[in-house]
Design a protein around this ligand. Structure first.
Ligand SMILES: *Cc1c(COP(=O)(O)O)cnc(C)c1O
Length: 352
């Protein structure tokens, strides 16, 4: 970048000028005994626990605990109703429909494209290389003055491999828009998180989630890590109470169980390598992409028939065989040892 990074220049005019919703709890923050400012039910909730009061819009307690676990200050953190909310906010804040564009690097997570379409924002696809790495030259050629965001998923879904760190750094150093690094599967990888590089790159947004390693997909809690300037944009746009009280309470409780989660991660990695070895013994398996995630992408003979056979035995994998660069591939999530054993057993006795 020859000029210093300028976030204001990237922002849409309507967001720059937006006066955000001011809630009752934004306007009064002290302690009080009678709260009759928010039209809540003063009696309580028809439950064992009370949920009659609106939750903390900025989730201070939760961020404090996450800051400790992630080694990132709370002020550099945004919490969303899943990381999908953070993805959508990025489009709404920075991309003018019909004018701006974003870069996607397929095969990758499908939600970036869906979110672009919902927001009527053009996307330019620059395929990964055959090794599932970034095509830096292709990306450079695809970027124009209206390119606002580049999405990079690492470890990548559905391929499972980590994207070369040096290549991501090259883009961070040369692109004037925001580089979104989606680390949904970082807990399963040996590589360092980009959350520790926020001071270095003003144009970096890192996404993580509690939906995978943490086992909390149903609670919907995604995280975005970025400069305080970017985080204030997120906070300006988000629905005031985007993280409900039940989620805040239950996640706070879950975050005390780091050891349990780390145990599952270790077990998943062991199971992943066992499953890879087991699958390679089967004639139908051609190739398995080395994975840093909790799933593997398996190239095999007649994937459609294998898929249908597994379905008929109550086992559902993800058919990616029609996806460009994933031809012939099924994506398989690492299950419990028992589930993995049954999968291998079914594939060993397959008769197609
Ligand atoms: C699963 C996944 C997510 C998680 O989304 P949530 O909305 O947080 O559940 C994000 N990015 C990628 C690449 C994923 O595979």
């Amino acid at each position: 970048m020859d000029t210093p990074f300028n976030l204001t220049k990237l922002l849409r005019e309507n967001i720059k000028n937006l006066v955000p919703y001011s809630s009752a709890r934004d306007e009064f923050k002290g302690e009080a005994s009678i709260l009759i400012d928010a039209n809540e039910n003063a009696f309580g909730s028809p439950l064992a626990h009370n949920y009659n009061r609106y939750p903390d819009p900025l989730q201070h307690q939760l961020k404090h605990k996450l800051a400790h676990i992630k080694g990132v200050p709370a002020e550099n953190m945004f919490l969303g109703n899943g990381s999908d909310e953070a993805i959508d906010i990025l489009f709404r804040a920075f991309c003018r429909p019909g004018v701006d564009n974003v870069i996607l690097v397929p095969p990758t997570y499908g939600m970036y494209e869906v979110s672009a379409n919902i927001n009527d924002v053009a996307f330019r696809k620059v395929n990964l290389t055959k090794e599932y790495q970034l095509d830096l030259e292709g990306i450079e050629n695809a970027v124009d003055e209206h390119t606002k965001l580049i999405f990079i998923c690492s470890p990548n879904n559905p391929t499972g491999n980590t994207i070369n760190r040096h290549d991501i750094e090259t883009i961070l150093n040369n692109f004037d828009g925001l580089v979104v690094v989606d680390e949904a599967y970082i807990n399963f990888s040996q590589t360092k998180s980009f959350t520790q590089e926020l001071a270095e790159y003003q144009n970096l947004v890192v996404l993580q989630t509690l939906s995978k390693a943490w086992g909390l997909a149903a609670l919907r809690l995604g995280m975005a890590f970025a400069s305080t300037e970017i985080i204030s944009v997120f906070n300006k746009i988000k629905p005031p109470y985007n993280i409900n009280q039940a989620t805040q309470d239950i996640v706070l409780e879950a975050l005390d169980q780091v050891d349990q989660v780390n145990g599952w991660i270790k077990q998943t990695v062991v199971e992943r390598e066992k499953l890879v070895q087991g699958l390679y013994k089967l004639d139908m398996v051609q190739h398995i992409t080395p994975s840093d995630a909790n799933f593997i992408l398996v190239k095999m003979n007649d994937p459609r028939a294998v898929y249908a056979y597994l379905v008929s035995h109550g086992i559902i994998v993800r058919d990616r065989s029609k996806v460009e660069l994933c031809e012939g591939c099924l994506r398989i999530t690492i299950g419990t040892p028992e589930e993995n054993r049954i999968l291998l057993e079914k594939l060993t006795t397959i008769n197609i």
